[in-house]
Design a protein around this ligand. Structure first.
Ligand SMILES: CC(C)(COP(=O)(O)OP(=O)(O)OC[C@H]1O[C@@H](n2cnc3c(N)ncnc32)[C@H](O)[C@@H]1OP(=O)(O)O)[C@@H](O)C(=O)NCCC(=O)NCCS
Length: 168
């Protein structure tokens, strides 16, 4: 059964289903240099479907976000060990950008990992990816660290983090 989370203009934001994965992989191939195996997409969807979300407009897939959950040291509390969400990949097709779809995908995935008792979320983003960095900052993420040569081509990443409050 489709779980529709919200509408952004003509776009429907909803939970991903196994039949969406081919389209998600196609968007990933068109928009990002980091690609993954079919198995990896399938395992993320089965592990945490609450935070694997797609955007669809007039029957066409136009964006997605997929996340993991992990236990590890807190990015906010000294010596704290917490459950964290991790944004693995997010993208919107070029011609559908600047309409609020990326923002909605990130907000819904934040809610999705919170359903799994995560108290923080983090992500890595290329330091040159100004659009994405600005969007994350507007959503409350902060740059925690610069990760030297994080990507295969040698580019640095920003580690960006957000802590969820009980009121969120
Ligand atoms: C990063 C990415 C996912 C953002 O997606 P998006 O759908 O364009 O994001 P949004 O539309 O929500 O926000 C982008 C901007 O559009 C603005 N916007 C939102 N709604 C809008 C509307 N109705 N009309 C015009 N602009 C709007 C937002 O304010 C935002 O600007 P800001 O950052 O200055 O606040 C997209 O650029 C992308 O896929 N990039 C390539 C892949 C990538 O880099 N992924 C991230 C890797 S970490």
């Amino acid at each position: 059964m489709q779980v529709i989370l919200r509408q952004v203009g003509d776009a429907i934001i909803r939970r991903c289903e196994p039949s969406d994965l081919i389209s998600v992989m196609e968007i990933n191939m068109k928009t990002l240099p980091e690609h993954y195996s079919d198995y990896f997409y399938e395992s993320l969807l089965s592990d945490i479907p609450e935070a694997f979300i797609v955007a669809e407009m007039h029957g066409k897939h136009v964006g997605y976000i997929m996340c993991k959950t992990e236990f590890g040291f807190s990015n906010f509390k000294k010596l704290g060990f917490v459950k964290k969400g991790h944004v693995v990949s997010v993208a919107v097709l070029d011609e559908y950008r600047n309409k609020g779809i990326g923002k909605a995908l990130i907000e819904e995935s934040n809610l999705g990992v919170k359903l799994r008792q995560c108290v923080e979320m983090y992500l890595e983003v290329r330091c040159s990816n100004n659009d994405a960095v600005k969007l994350y900052e507007n959503l409350g993420y902060i740059v925690k660290q610069r990760l030297r040569s994080y990507y295969r081509d040698g580019e640095d990443a920003y580690l960006m983090v957000i802590e969820f409050s009980n009121q969120d």
